[in-house]
Write a protein that binds this ligand. Structure first.
Ligand code: BDR
Ligand code: CA
Length: 315
């Protein structure tokens, strides 16, 4: 099984991705690290503890960064994920689970060092914790098996951002951290809007989860109502995009995706802050700033139907 650390800002689709990891037999979930993003860090950490307790997920929770590396936090997107980060359904009890005493970046370092070459980091929020871990202990880059992120919008087929015309939310939430993570010597694969905007979960799918997916499915139906309303109104779709679970799906079955290789960067200032760029390896450019950066993977195609079937069947 893939040993996974799940770095997350729960978050409606984060909660769904966590359940996907928890239920899938090919995954061994080592721990959950929380980050600012869809709500403030107190809320995302509370939600992670609640989800772990409610669904009997034994993996520990470690509390992560309150703020991005280099800038004040912008307002949390309550209109997308609700004031409580869980679609305004709220936890049904106050969790008695408490986070590990170590901050998330330290917990990540210790866990990677305990399983050298074996850990996959699945990061589906702003990348602050991963960047802090790299800053504290750069050698972990060589000890991590893979980094799979949900984040970015690489312009495939004209795909733009979702918080600005240029930027996707997770990268916009800490562009400096993203740039550090992209350019470190560990293998990164980005599952960005280029593919997640092609994976649409319909209301009929959610109803099927509710009726046939046990407690998990009923919970996903409940917390997704607010999220689906947001997406239906804004994008005129019946349902919502499957962002964070698409990154999980990549870990389980990379053959669901078509991947383009090349170094990648995030824009850290200015009007395009949070934009993500890749210089494809198979194109010729004059020598320049990109030389010597590690070649990373960007998902540019997805078999959405097979991905959704995989998700639904897990529940
Ligand atoms: C990403 O931003 C958050 O709203 C979601 O949880 C997902 O990780 C999509 O841009
Ligand atoms: Ca997320």
């Amino acid at each position: 099984a893939h040993k996974v650390i799940f770095d997350t800002d729960p978050g409606v689709d984060d909660a769904m991705a966590l359940l996907f990891l928890h239920r899938h037999p090919a995954i061994e979930l080592l721990g959950i690290t929380t980050v600012h993003g869809n709500a403030d860090i107190d809320t995302t950490t509370r939600n992670a503890c609640y989800l772990a307790e409610r669904f009997a997920i034994e993996a520990p929770v470690a509390r992560g960064a309150r703020e991005p590396l280099a800038m004040a936090k912008s307002a949390s997107p309550a209109m997308v994920h609700g004031d409580d980060g869980l679609g305004n359904v709220g936890p049904s009890f106050a969790p008695s689970r408490t986070p590990d005493p170590r901050p998330a970046y330290r917990w990540i370092i210790d866990t990677v060092r305990a399983h050298p070459g074996e850990v996959t980091l699945v990061a589906v929020g702003p990348l602050t914790n991963l960047a802090l871990a790299l800053k504290e202990d750069p050698a972990i880059a060589e000890l991590v098996k893979a980094v799979v992120i949900m984040g970015g919008a690489f312009g495939v087929g004209g795909q733009g951002g979702n918080v600005t015309p240029a930027a996707e939310a997770n990268i916009h939430g800490d562009p400096l951290a993203a740039d550090l993570v992209f350019t470190a010597p560990w293998p990164v694969t980005a599952v960005g809007l280029d593919v997640t905007h092609r994976v649409l979960m319909s209301n009929a799918d959610f109803a099927r989860l509710r009726d046939q997916g046990g407690e998990d499915g009923a919970f996903m139906w409940q917390i997704s109502r607010h999220y689906v309303d947001f997406y239906s109104a804004r994008e005129a779709i019946d349902g919502c995009y499957v962002h964070d679970s698409s990154a999980v799906a990549y870990v389980i079955d990379p053959s669901l995706f078509e991947v383009r290789r090349g170094p990648m960067r995030a824009v850290t200032t200015g009007i395009a802050m949070g934009q993500t760029l890749q210089r494809p390896d198979d194109r010729d450019f004059p020598p320049g700033d990109w030389d010597g950066l590690p070649s990373q993977g960007v998902c540019v195609g997805v078999d959405a139907e097979r991905l959704l079937t995989h998700f639904m069947e897990t529940f």
